[in-house]
Write a protein of this length. Structure first.
Length: 94
């Protein structure tokens, strides 16, 4: 597997999402140190899980767009279907 040139918008979007994840993780660490409630911790943990799922989705979509599409441009319809299925899977609906 070789490296590819990543779209600047993709890099910016994923970097921003990862920064949010880092912020939530720092919050959880501080909340644990401060003895915050389990309910509050679960809210932050859910936010982390959601943010990481979105990062995974963006990386997967980029893989479809950049890696798979580069191999065969005639797969446009299949790529669209893969994206749809991916969204369902990552949302836990498939």
């Amino acid at each position: 597997m070789g490296d590819i040139a990543l779209n600047k918008d993709f890099v910016k979007d994923v970097s921003n999402r990862l920064s949010r994840c880092e912020g939530h993780l720092r919050s959880v660490r501080n909340m644990i140190s401060e003895g915050k409630s389990c309910e509050a911790l679960f809210i932050q943990l859910a936010a982390i899980k959601s943010a990481l799922s979105q990062v995974s989705l963006k990386v997967y979509e980029n893989h479809i767009d950049q890696c798979l599409s580069a191999k065969k441009s005639s797969l446009a319809k299949e790529n669209k279907e893969l994206k749809f299925i991916s969204r369902l899977m990552l949302q836990g609906k498939a």
